[in-house]
Design a protein around this ligand. Sequence first.
Ligand SMILES: Cc1cc2nc3c(=O)[nH]c(=O)nc-3n(C[C@H](O)[C@H](O)[C@H](O)COP(=O)(O)O)c2cc1C
Length: 334
Amino acid sequence: MTLSSTTSQTPPPGAVDLAVSLGRLRIPNPILVASGTFGYGREMAGFVDLSRLGGVVPKTITPLPRQGNVPWRTVETAAGLLNSIGLDNDGIDSFLVKLLPWLVGCGAPVIVSIAGANQAEFVELARRLDAVAGIAALELNISCPNVSHGVDLGSDPEACRRVVAGVRDATRLPVLAKLTPNVTDIAGVARGARDGGADALTVINTCQGMAVDWRRRRPLLGNVIGGLSGPAIKPIALRCVHQVRQAVETPIVGVGGIMTIDDCMEFLVTGASAVQVGTANFAEPVVSARLLAELPAALAELGATNIAEVVGTLALPPREPCVEPASGRPSHAG
Ligand SMILES: Cc1cc2nc3c(=O)[nH]c(=O)nc-3n(C[C@H](O)[C@H](O)[C@H](O)COP(=O)(O)O)c2cc1C
């Protein structure tokens, strides 16, 4: 039997265990859909059998309705999408009445994404959602680059610790903290989230970026600066997952530029226990279902029968200090 004939076959059903634990949250498989890229689930139900997904993270909700930013709010870039939606949503009251009842019946674990302007607003949102049956977990969006002060709580380790700890005290639901790549030390923020009691860390939100029409001498986005997503950011997201993995033992949900099963596997091997698919949903609405179907064969290529067997198995070179010829002193610079 040739290698290719053994590796290209999908293992028989049941041969591979896809279930994953993210702290106190147990999900049936590691393929989730990312906040803001899948509506509130219902819009996508005609394309994807939601009940098969590892989780659905609907668009972030805030305490009050928000109109979002002025147009343009999306621009395509080379290998990416720039958006400055600005957390356009109808607020938690409307969410609870109009959207959540359908969502919690969709069959997938529902991880509700929340954003407040400060710790008190996060805590109040968590307290209200704690009382609702059927929610699997909360994801704290402390990393939105498109609202003023959107990343403040996600940039400072101590502020991050406080908001996560406040939410932990306000709810029995598992808590995921979604981190921004737009910081110099993502490991420090990850430690803050861990110390606050996060069950898992979602890594990453979008990377700040800009698009310009030089002939008209105008920025293309109404908000000037937006968040870059899609394949362009996958190397940044992998780097962030790697750095967070080195810093904390908290489970990681990797997100950023995932389009293919190879992308998924790269995140798992680097240290993510699960992944979220974002911008790819716009290009291929069924992408999450496709990746789920392709996952068992990819795991089998590594000889794995469950997800944990591949998570964080990246073989890293030993960190040997290089010697600067002039001083003879060890250095890791450059
Ligand atoms: C149009 C758009 C809207 C988004 N809205 C949200 C949001 O409301 N809350 C959030 O946490 N992330 C939001 N994101 C970020 C995604 O969830 C994801 O973290 C990011 O796009 C990187 O993944 P990707 O490259 O697979 O898209 C949004 C992304 C896009 C493209």
